[in-house]
Design a protein. Sequence first.
Length: 127
Amino acid sequence: MRVFTAHQPPVAAARAEGPLLLRDSFAWGACLFGGFWLLLHRLWFEALAWLGVALLALILLPGWALAPVALATAMLLGLHGQDLRRAALTRRGWTMTDIVAARDADGALARLLDARPDLVRGPVAAA
């Protein structure tokens, strides 16, 4: 079983968008592509922080320490990538409505809408 969090858009955008499902898992894209993944998901502040950490590491650390620090940074970003997305959604006015466990995103969406049909207001997206 996989765990998903369901997020509802702010009231102003609720007519155009339905709930968004975010899987609670390791973000391989964030681990492998770092800043590009952050920018793809419109995590501007986080991308700036990631760039700042990378620049500080290049400036302050000796050459032998760069690889372990880069690996540790990539792993941390992979572990917390989805949490960063949830925090950004909260800053944008989205609210977390439910936590759903299912085999895949379609099953999670079906279970969510079966339990909470009031969430349907428009097209539904899964990420």
